[in-house]
Design a protein around this ligand. Sequence first.
Ligand code: 13P
Length: 133
Amino acid sequence: MNIALIAHDMKKDMMIHFTTAYENILKDHKLFATGTTGKRIMENTDLEIERFQSGPLGGDQQIGAEIANNRMDMVIFLRDPLTAQPHEPDIQALIRLCDVYMIPVATNIATAELLIRALERGDLQWRNFVRES
Ligand SMILES: O=C(CO)COP(=O)(O)O
């Protein structure tokens, strides 16, 4: 599965904890991230991450383009709902595209845990058929 990992600054430590805790599951998948999130994950785990631009510089839009091209199977986006983001329209666009293309998306750690467990169980296998169709 192709998985996008994104975290706003206040949630980056949480993303490190998450990717560390689930490294054994995540290592079997192709991982993508916005610039700084990906850098932080790679510094703190042995995971290989393909990095896009930093979020404010277009990273959310690049991940959105992957979704529109049917190349992303799951998005974990630990958003900070308490801090104004200069690229809020990009964030909304990314989440909208997840809904357009029915891509499983978690925007907080509680849902992220559920999605990763579902991934481990194979509940997202249907994405393989959708991606190949
Ligand atoms: O801003 C972001 C997502 O909207 C995340 O970008 P960075 O991973 O580059 O900090």
